[in-house]
Structures are given as C-alpha cells and as structure tokens.
Design a protein around this ligand. Sequence first.
Ligand SMILES: [Zn+2]
Length: 93
Amino acid sequence: MDCLENAGRLKAKDYKKCVLYSTLSPCDMCTGAVLLYKIPVVVIGENSTFKGPENYSRQRGVKLINLDLDECKNMMRDFIRECPQLWNEDIGV
Ligand SMILES: [Zn+2]
C-alpha cells in the first residue's frame, strides 16, 4: 500500500503495465489493491513468514513469482523480533 501511495496517482493503463515487488506474499488488503488496479505481475520475496490469498490472485489472472529469498526471510524475522506489535497490527492479530 505504501508503494502504491508513493507511486502517486497513475492512470489505469499505467497500472496494467506495472510489476509490484513485495517482500512478503501480499495480504488480503494488498491483493485487493492489485486486483482493483489490475496489476498483472507481483514478485514476492518470500511466502514462508506469511502467505496471502495467492491462489485467489492466480485465479483472477495475476502472475505471482515467489523468489523464496533467505534475505527476505531474515529481514522479516528481524522485523518481527524488533517490532512484534507492529507486525501483529499488519497481519490483523
Ligand atoms: Zn498487505
């Protein structure tokens, strides 16, 4: 969501040409944004720490590429250890 906000206001035709890069598998909210804006490709750093509705995204035509990177897993492990309250808010716990 931060990424989309930081990209500014784009035209619908521009979103359809975007590739979204995400550290984690997109959650329900981010998946909704991807579908709403018809972003065709999402590159995921890893989905071991958290897995969003990937099958639903695929069924809706989004191409998901999971890089399964240890670097992202380590980054998430450190973030969750340092900011557990923020992580719990992010995932709706
Ligand atoms: Zn999200």
